[in-house]
Design a protein around this ligand. Structure first.
Ligand SMILES: Nc1nc2c(c(=O)[nH]1)N[C@@H](CN(C=O)c1ccc(C(=O)N[C@@H](CCC(=O)O)C(=O)O)cc1)CN2
Length: 281
């Protein structure tokens, strides 16, 4: 039987409706959640994501502030902007859209965001708290993946989760998140020998590399849950994940598509994290 397709779009809509209600009750208590998004330069994809973050925030009642800085902005100017937002009591969540221009050190910028407003969960304090299984802001894409799996009542405890990719935004944190749920986690990356030897042992396979057709049916166990975080733009202009969807869906029990799979959960979890930040302020 072909896999059930998990549409992040549907789960995100449901969750955003719940978040809208939560904001209404916060507003009654005099709390107005606020999110600031900083974008530096003209990367077209980043501009789309930032526009969507603003639109999605406002649609559920989050006050949204977008700060657009030009490509030539210096690291110090960007640091000054973050420090100003750290001290702005109307702003509960701050995020700096990545990637940043090459002359700016993203590590230094991320570390300048106060951890209590770091709704991306990228600050080393939040990363450390995630690894040590403490309450923290969890990066939005990993959190969205976990939310989708729980929404489908897919068991995690004791299951073998194989993560392909080790980025700070998705690969590393998603592995720790599932480890905290008592899964057994294997990480694969560009230096892994015989990738499919690992991936075909996965009960839950998460691929976050950005390489179309990296995962074919030979790399997937019968009945596995396959989560595709790839987002590559093909020469045709079409968006592609890492997974060969048409063939893998015949073997998996659940599969996420690209687009409309994990992607829409990322911005939804950002809204969720901003509400948490506002409640904790
Ligand atoms: N500061 C951050 N920078 C970046 C993050 C992040 O979480 N924080 N993640 C990505 C970009 N991103 C959000 O910022 C993001 C990527 C993709 C999607 C999404 O919904 N994708 C859709 C397809 C969209 C399309 O058609 O182009 C999907 O997969 O269905 C949302 C957000 C890097 N930077």
């Amino acid at each position: 039987m072909p896999a059930e397709v998990i549409y992040g779009t549907e789960i995100a809509t449901k969750l955003r409706n719940e978040l809208r209600k939560e904001i209404m009750s916060l507003q009654k208590k005099g709390i107005q959640p606020g999110l600031a998004v900083i974008i530096v330069g003209d990367d077209p994809a980043s501009k789309v994501y930032v526009r969507e973050k603003k639109r999605a925030s406002e649609a559920i009642g989050i006050h949204s502030k977008v700060i657009e800085l030009n490509e030539a902005t210096s690291q110090q100017e960007l640091l000054d902007k973050v420090l100003e937002l750290n001290n702005d009591s109307s702003i509960h969540g701050i995020l700096v859209q990545l990637p940043l221009p090459k002359h700016i050190d993203a590590k230094i910028i991320i570390e300048s965001i106060t951890p209590n407003k770091d709704v991306d969960g990228f600050h080393p304090i939040n990363v450390g708290r995630l690894i040590t299984n403490q309450e923290c802001f969890v990066p939005c894409t990993p959190l969205g993946i976990l939310y989708m799996i729980k929404d489908k009542n897919i068991p995690i405890e004791g299951k073998h989760v194989v993560v392909v990719g080790r980025s700070n935004i998705v690969g590393k944190p998603v592995g720790h998140l599932f480890l905290n749920e008592n899964a057994t986690v294997t990480y694969c990356h560009s230096a892994t020998e015989d990738l499919y030897n690992h991936t075909k042992k996965a009960d839950i396979l998460i691929s976050a590399v950005g390489k179309p057709n990296l995962i074919n049916e030979q790399g997937v166990k019968d009945g596995a849950v396959v989560i595709d975080v790839g987002n590559s733009v093909l020469s045709s202009g079409k968006l592609s994940g890492d997974v060969n969807f048409d063939v893998v869906k015949e073997k998996a029990s659940y599969i996420t598509p690209v687009p409309k799979g994990v992607g829409p959960m990322t911005i939804t979890m950002l809204l969720n994290n901003t509400i948490i930040a506002a409640k904790q302020s």
